[in-house]
Design a protein around this ligand. Structure first.
Ligand code: AMP
Length: 228
């Protein structure tokens, strides 16, 4: 069965970090719409030109654009064994479009990472990412400050253009208004799980892995039950 995961949660919850760990552990691609858009801005494509100002204000790129990106990405062969989506869906229309894309595929597992507002503001305004490969600094690395190097590729660690205090507050407002309703949208599904993201990253990873393993065991049980 393919491991089709989505990582929900506010900016700064640790979605990217956790998605990256899952992707590495399970050998499935991590698909981050934020990374795809930042790359487009960086290389100056038409998509990047359309997205740049919107991202700098902490607002959302249009549903039409991001749904197109994800539809095309989930059409590729490397998602056959599964994928982990990070930062998508972010609105109810995006979630509905994803359900349509997923028709006939193995079910989505929805992992939500829950973190309080004040913790998010602190994390976002102090975090650094690698300018070359986009890797986030671990919380403890960030203490080294700007000028440190990426632990993966050695690139320069910088603050994201949208991680300054004003834009962070706007992104959190956008989350509350547009994305938080997804907790309601997915919450009643049997494949929805939420974990406390204020814990140490390793603890969050362990809880997410346990949740996915339990869901996998449940669906195997259901499949063998159906055969009996
Ligand atoms: P992220 O790296 O996920 O925090 O995304 C950075 C920015 O990219 C967001 O603040 C949005 O402007 C844009 N973005 C990323 N994913 C989406 C999405 N699913 N829908 C709309 N905008 C998005």
């Amino acid at each position: 069965m393919a491991l089709n995961l989505i990582m929900l949660g506010p900016p700064g919850a640790g979605k990217g970090t956790q998605a990256e760990r899952f992707a590495a552990a399970k050998g499935i691609p991590k698909i981050s719409t934020g990374d795809i858009l930042r790359e487009a801005v960086h290389t100056g494509t038409e998509l990047g030109r359309r997205a740049k100002a919107i991202m700098e204000r902490g607002e959302l790129v249009s549903d039409e654009i991001v749904i197109g990106i994800v539809r095309e990405r989930l059409d590729r062969d490397d998602v056959k064994a599964g994928f982990i989506l990070d930062g998508f869906p972010r609105t109810v229309p995006q979630a509905k479009a994803l359900d349509a894309i997923m028709a006939g595929r193995d079910p989505l597992i929805v992992l939500n990472i829950d973190v309080a507002h004040d913790v998010l503001v602190r994390r976002l305004t102090t975090r650094l990412i690698c300018q070359d490969c986009g890797t986030n600094a671990l919380v403890e690395d960030a203490a080294a400050g700007a000028g440190s190097r990426c632990r993966k590729c050695g690139g320069p660690m910088v603050q994201r253009a949208d991680d300054n205090a004003a834009v962070v507050l706007e992104r959190l407002k956008t989350y509350q208004r547009d994305t938080k309703p997804l907790v309601e949208f997915y919450g009643a599904r049997p494949t929805y799980r939420s974990v406390n993201g204020a814990q140490a990253p390793d603890t969050v990873t362990a809880e997410l892995e346990a949740a996915v393993a339990a869901l996998g065991a449940m669906s195997k049980g259901a499949a063998s039950g159906a055969r009996a």
